[in-house]
Design a protein around this ligand. Structure first.
Ligand SMILES: [Zn+2]
Length: 292
């Protein structure tokens, strides 16, 4: 069992907020064992927002955390970087209402954590492993958990009727070496028509060709891809971040098919409920199906 970690020293990063378009600075501070990842908006210092499922909601293709009416937007990439790299405890202070979008991937956060260095704490991590499978489905979108293996392995499949994306499938064992090279650099992606619709509502003001792969009807409006299958890699990045809201590292195998933030969060809630409920019934699986 590995020891819990925190950062060796405080580090900061600055970028624009995806929705506001305003510059925002984030400060990452070391934190003690069992503190977890906690966000603090410096304009609401009395309301810490823990990175936990009960603070989570999804909003316009992103994950938001809120407590007592104070919210922090676009948390999934920084949370993914922390979970992927095995950073368990950190206090993240923000000078604004959202995490900077940076290049649209988790790589700038991974580099920042490596620059700070990791400190081992005198407490073991307590992984979450279930003894039964959990499945959630909504129409043709689904996520399945199977209790298998000591670590976390994610298989993700997407299918977009777009010439550059199409069907993509990838299986990755979520370990720091694999995560930092194969998953963290994958950028978020969006369709130019969706960006226009968001802008019309005053959102995505910070969105640009520098912090997302932007697709138009026939191809890519932004620069070259970092991976041919960068799209499915980014979906794994997002899922790692959303699952980190369980508050402890998950062990097992996950198979996600055409999912997104809303289904990720619903699935994490189903996992948490299955983990809390003792396996006393004869039925060894929990199935939740919602038609849409
Ligand atoms: Zn994302």
């Amino acid at each position: 069992m590995r020891a819990q970690t925190t950062l060796r020293t405080g580090v900061s990063i600055e970028g624009v907020g995806l929705h506001s378009g305003h510059p925002v600075r984030a400060h990452f501070r070391p934190a003690p064992a069992n503190h977890g990842i906690v966000f603090i908006r410096l304009d609401h210092p009395a309301t810490p927002i823990p990175a936990r499922l009960d603070s989570a909601s999804t909003f316009d293709f992103a994950t938001t955390l809120a407590a007592d009416g104070v919210s922090i937007g676009t948390v999934e990439h920084v949370l993914s970087a922390a979970a992927g790299e095995g950073l368990d405890n950190c206090r993240i202070e923000l000078e604004g209402p959202e995490i900077p979008i940076l290049d649209g991937s988790a790589l700038p956060f991974v580099r920042l954590f490596h620059a700070a260095g990791f400190e081992r704490l005198e407490a073991p991590v307590q992984p979450m492993a279930l003894e039964r499978s959990v499945q959630i489905a909504r129409g043709d979108r689904s996520i399945v958990y199977r209790p298998d293996g000591p670590g976390l392995t994610i298989t993700y499949e997407i299918d977009f009727s777009h010439p550059v994306v199409g069907r993509q499938s990838l299986t990755v064992a979520i370990r720091p070496e694999e995560y930092s090279t194969r998953i963290a650099p994958a950028r978020t992606f969006g369709f130019a028509r969706d960006v226009e619709a968001l802008r019309a509502r005053g959102l995505a003001r910070g969105g640009s060709l520098h912090n997302a792969i932007v697709l138009d009807d026939s191809g890519i409006a932004s620069g070259p891809l970092r991976f041919r299958d960068e799209f499915v890699r980014h979906k794994i990045l997002d899922l790692v971040g959303d699952l980190s809201l369980l508050g402890r590292p998950l062990q097992g195998q996950i198979h996600a098919h055409k999912a997104g933030h809303a289904l990720h969060i619903e699935f994490a809630r189903a996992l948490a409920a299955a983990f809390r409920k003792p396996a006393i019934d004869l039925d060894d699986s929990v199935t939740s199906a919602v038609s849409s």
